[in-house]
Ligand binder design. Structure first.
Ligand code: HEC
Length: 149
């Protein structure tokens, strides 16, 4: 019966899309309103995740910050679902900002960072922003040859 095999094929597609599909849907429901479909946001009010979010993974406190920022930490998502969304964001939007290696967030790591929120997220964000800017400069320097020794 043809309809049965069509239905089965559709079901297999849904299963194959797996966690990534859930993460994309969670992003659409809970994050996209501000950060937009392509992660470019509306700077300076809503910072761009695109080509930027990966820098945070390389600076002290930055990895936790991506969980602790209010849009993430206060989202009505379980720790496991937030981990999936953050992994999806980093992989999808990180682009040139990505570090050489990225080990995905786990539900446990998200739970810990959520429970350990800094008192002043605005100050944390300012300090990390400076660290991101200097990382950008350092990486750019790494791409040119040292003039002399
Ligand atoms: C109501 C608008 C809004 C929504 C919805 C929102 N965010 Fe944000 N997001 C912001 C703003 C504004 C900032 C800048 C920091 C701040 O002021 O909180 C930000 C910052 C961030 C950052 C850090 C980027 C940086 O450069 O500082 C991450 C990561 C992030 N959001 C992830 C998420 C995730 C994940 C979701 C969905 C679960 C989400 N946001 C939903 C507005 C939003």
């Amino acid at each position: 019966m043809r309809w049965k095999s069509d239905a089965l094929a559709a079901l297999l597609c849904v299963a194959a899309a797996g966690a990534g599909a859930d993460a994309r849907i969670d992003y659409m429901l809970h994050c996209m309103g501000c950060h937009l479909e392509d992660g470019t946001g509306l700077p300076p009010a809503v910072p761009a995740l695109a080509e930027r979010v990966g820098y945070y993974l390389e600076i002290p406190g930055g990895r936790e910050y991506l969980v602790q920022v209010p849009g993430s930490a206060n989202a009505p998502l379980s720790d496991a679902a937030l981990a999936e969304v953050l992994n999806w964001i980093v992989e999808r939007f990180g682009g040139a900002s990505m570090p050489a290696e990225f080990s995905p967030y786990s539900a446990d790591e998200v739970a810990k960072a959520r429970a350990d929120k800094p008192a002043d997220v605005t100050e944390q964000r300012r300090a990390l922003g400076e660290a991101v800017e200097s990382l950008i400069v350092t990486r750019a320097r790494g791409n040119v040859r040292a003039p002399c020794r």
